[in-house]
Design a protein around this ligand. Structure first.
Ligand SMILES: Cc1ncc(COP(=O)(O)O)c(C=O)c1O
Length: 380
């Protein structure tokens, strides 16, 4: 990645984890270029839609039928509408970040403009806490249409927790939706549901589906997906073929090459390397590494002389200065090399002593060249 001033960065954001193979992946670019000369959008669905759907069904355990959208929010909104149609219930329980639309964002602190009546139909539950979910379900017996959660985030869930969520959804007649926007085609070819071996009723996919081209999907159990015959889920650009061609090339590459294994191994080196550095500098009181090797997190806590947000600002400032683009996570792509990992770890080796000075020795003011970040919106 190069900025407008020509500074070069190794990118660990990767379009908020959408670019999983790397920029200008040769297979994806060739597929898109070939499609470009034939046309982009037609009035009828293109064969590619069926081919990508078949590939998703072959890869994702819960997928028996598939519908496509453009943004992740299309897929999550579609899944919720289908779940409501299937159950005849209105209430939705949410466990993570699921997009910008009213049904979800109304239940967060960023709910400006959302009618209270809409917000009242969505409740948050704390993830990785089966008892808390059970309590919400018991308080709302026979009212819950769907439980939607990201199967994994900054904190990896236990398999037992996900199994219990599965059991609770079934016992309460609620549709279980795994929002695998990030974990899909990242934790495993079949997503977190394959990795943890827990199968939801519906799955929403997007980011890793087409290597950055705008495409999302809702898929799942045939009897539930059949509601799509009557549920309205329609987009003028929904059948756009460049993204479908990109998706087919991406999924075939995932099936053919050790994409996930490579991301796992390089991401694992980052996690271990950073943990070793935290131990080396005695920084474990304010810095912790968590998550999955393909999507790991640097979690900061308040030090005695700087807040976690001040420390995060310093961390990002110093990463950018060393040619690393990160927002505090490592969103791995197949294009990251061992050399990129070395460069990142070398940057952390220089930055950790600075963070320690800021956290505990009052050096923040002299180290920080900008205003500290302010907390806006925390969803995971
Ligand atoms: C888990 C999850 N669900 C849904 C979304 C919404 O996707 P989009 O921004 O493409 O609408 C995101 C986006 O970050 C996400 O991470």
């Amino acid at each position: 990645m190069w900025d407008v001033d020509g500074n070069e960065y190794v990118d660990f954001i990767n379009a908020l984890a959408a670019v999983s193979l790397g920029y200008d992946d040769p297979d994806v670019t060739a597929a898109v270029t070939a499609q470009l000369s034939k046309g982009i959008l037609y009035s009828l669905s293109h064969e590619l839609e069926a081919l990508v759907a078949e590939q998703i069904v072959a890869m994702v355990p819960s997928a028996e039928m598939v519908r496509f959208g453009k943004n992740g929010s299309d897929a999550t909104a579609g899944a919720i509408r289908v779940a409501r149609a299937f159950t005849g219930r209105d209430l939705v329980l949410v466990g993570g970040y699921h997009g910008w639309q009213d049904w979800y964002i109304g239940a967060t602190t960023r709910n400006k403009g959302v009618p209270a009546a809409t917000s009242a139909l969505t409740r948050r539950f704390p993830v990785n806490n089966a008892e808390a979910l059970e309590a919400v379900l018991s308080e709302n017996r026979d009212k819950v249409a769907a439980i939607i959660l990201e199967p994994a985030g900054a904190e990896l869930p236990s398999v037992e927790y996900l199994r219990r969520v599965r059991e609770l959804a079934t016992a309460h007649g609620a549709v279980l939706v795994f929002d695998e926007m990030i974990t899909g085609f990242r934790f495993a070819n079949g997503g977190a549901q394959e990795f943890f071996d827990v199968t939801p009723d519906l799955t929403t996919l997007g980011k890793g589906l087409a290597n950055g081209y705008p495409l999302s999907a809702v898929c799942g159990r045939r009897d539930i997906m059949m509601e799509m015959e009557e549920v309205f889920f329609s987009f003028t650009m929904g059948g756009e073929t460049l993204s479908l061609a990109a998706a087919l090339a991406t999924l075939r590459k995932l099936a053919r090459e050790p994409v996930i294994a490579t991301m796992r191994s390089r991401g694992g080196r980052i996690m271990q390397g950073l943990r070793d550095l935290v131990a080396k500098y005695g920084a474990s009181d304010f810095i912790r590494v968590s998550g999955d090797p393909t999507w790991s997190f640097v979690l900061l806590a308040d030090g005695s002389t700087a807040t976690s947000f001040e420390l995060k600002t310093l961390l990002l400032q110093e990463l950018f200065a060393r040619g690393i683009l990160s927002l505090g996570t490592h969103n791995m792509s197949y294009a990251h090399t061992e050399g990129d990992v070395d460069r990142l770890l070398a940057a952390y080796d220089e930055i950790l002593p600075m963070l320690k000075d800021a956290a505990n020795n009052g050096a923040l003011r002299q180290l920080l060249h900008c205003d500290p970040l302010v907390p806006l919106f925390k969803v995971r």
